[in-house]
Design a protein around this ligand. Structure first.
Ligand code: NAI
Length: 464
């Protein structure tokens, strides 16, 4: 029997867009995205979706209420479903064994336990969250230990490769979909059923099947290798600054080699986002547990280089401003971890803002898609600062870049939003304190034009 009813546990950056696209492409399948959070579900059912993704509003508008539903009724959604995606968050553990590195599987375990409690017929359970290798075994153990008579489970691994900011396009035109399953008759049958969903819009050759553990590890490996390219080019940006080479020219030259390719070779203030750091830390932890310390150290260096890059950038800002920011106003352009998303998780802008605040500066922030409440939460939570009020009185958030930069001593570009390229920098210069500085952490501005206006300009990987 083919799949008629899908439920997805977790209405986040992955569950929401993925299931919206499945609903769009599989009109005969009912898709319900269920979440514990009442707020999140209310937003998915409103005109303002909880996440910003180009093209997503259209897809949701076309399907919502027809074959796409967002619900807090997790039990009912599970009960009805033939196939259940687990798309819950898997953050880094903040306490206990493996603290700061291991993936916290409490939400995955919670999802598995609800499924085990509720299910009354056979289910295919699909691990979409990024998990440590062999996590499917833990899910299976929970399900089997609580199995009701007549109910069987198949656990599949189907990691998600969408990137925030391009999620809808990535889902519609996926390079590859990975499906891992058991090499048994029932396992192969479950894999086929999941394949048939993706085959509604993707050619079969893009759907790759493999054993469950390879599939789980492939997701960690892909993120580790993408982040490693960024750390590699960022490490070379330091060499460029020390020698007079230009990292953009080096990246271009290197990327023209078809064995290397040009993507993910853009030097910057450092990578952010909810995945790269957490997934590499998870990989490092797994390697240590497997008694592979050399492998762990190798991947740890990708994270260390990212920290070094963020630190190098903020040190440059402080040193350029006469080694003191006390009483100075600094404008931060961009707070999201990259353009075309409102997501700020692990954004380098948080590190930049915190460092500037610790140096005594007041900061004025503008981002086209990040809400004031989110910035406030990111900069005043207990992991970032001890005295929120001390920070709060020196943080202001604006809805346009011209007011944000007025009376500032410096502008720091933290996100590569397209609109920052075309701002009227002459007008901005007129309203800034002098000397006026721009620190371009994303290498998106026309530096010569800014120098001609009168700015002191600094960027990454190039002496100006
Ligand atoms: P998220 O934090 O945006 O969403 C997770 C949602 O799961 C939350 O709304 C939470 O309330 C909900 N949840 C937790 N426990 C639940 C339960 N028992 N039942 C129902 N809902 C529950 O996380 P995001 O970004 O969507 O990530 C999900 C997973 O996908 C993570 O493992 C992540 O590593 C992975 N991933 C994320 C990508 C991204 O770009 N954000 C890309 C590829 C994979």
């Amino acid at each position: 029997m083919s799949i008629k009813n899908i439920c997805c546990l977790g209405a986040g950056y992955v569950g929401g867009p993925t299931c919206s696209v499945i609903a769009l492409k599989c009109p005969e399948i009912k898709v319900t995205v269920a979440d514990l959070s009442k707020d999140r579900i209310a937003q998915w059912n409103s005109e303002k979706l909880p996440i910003y993704e180009p093209g997503l509003d259209d897809v949701v508008r076309k399907c919502r209420g027809k074959n796409l539903f967002f619900s807090n009724n997790i039990e009912e959604s599970i009960l009805e479903a033939d196939l259940i995606f687990i798309s819950v968050n898997t953050p880094t553990k903040i306490n206990g064994n493996g603290k700061g590195r291991a993936a916290d599987l409490k939400y995955v375990e919670g999802a598995a336990r609800i499924i085990a409690d509720v299910a009354q017929n056979n289910k295919i359970v699909v691990e979409k969250s990024t998990v440590p290798v062999r996590a499917a075994e833990s899910i299976a153990n929970i399900l089997i230990a609580n199995q009701k008579p007549g109910v069987t489970y198949q656990i599949l691994s189907n990691p998600e490769f969408l990137a925030e900011g391009t999620a809808v396009n990535d889902l519609l035109n996926a390079d590859r979909v990975l499906i891992g399953g058991e090499n048994t008759e029932a396992g192969r049958e479950a894999v086929e059923k999941l394949c048939s969903i993706y085959e509604h819009w993707l050619p079969r050759k893009n759907i790759v099947t493999m054993n469950t553990w390879s599939s789980e590890l492939s997701k960690l490996a892909a993120n580790a290798m993408l982040a490693q390219r960024i750390s590699s080019i960022n490490s070379l940006s330091a060499v460029c600054e020390a020698t007079g080479a230009d990292v953009s020219e080096v990246a271009r030259a290197v990327g023209l080699d078809s064995r290397i390719g040009s993507k993910f070779l853009q030097a910057s203030v450092g990578f952010g986002g909810s995945c790269f750091q957490k997934d590499i830390l998870n990989l490092v932890y797994i390697c240590e547990c497997l008694n592979l310390p050399e492998v762990a150290a190798y991947w740890q260096q990708v994270i260390d280089m990212n920290e070094y890059q963020k630190h190098r950038f903020t040190t440059k800002i402080i040193e350029s401003c006469f080694n003191t920011l006390s009483g100075k106003k600094i404008c931060i352009l961009g707070f999201a971890f990259k353009k075309n998303t409102g997501d700020t998780r692990e954004s380098p802008a948080i590190h930049v803002a915190k460092t500037l605040l610790d140096e005594g500066a007041s900061i004025k922030i503008y981002d086209p898609k990040v809400d004031k409440e989110q910035i406030d939460e990111d900069l005043t939570n207990p992991y970032v600062c001890e005295n929120p009020e001390n920070y709060r009185k020196r943080i202001s958030i604006y809805t346009d870049p011209y007011t944000a930069s007025k009376d500032c001593h410096a502008i720091v570009v933290c996100t590569e939003w397209d609109e920052f390229v075309d701002l009227d920098y002459k007008k901005i210069y007129g309203n800034m304190m002098k000397p006026a500085y721009i620190f371009d952490g994303r290498k998106i501005l026309d530096h010569q034009a800014l120098i001609n206006i009168g700015y002191h300009v600094q960027t990454i990987g190039k002496r100006l």
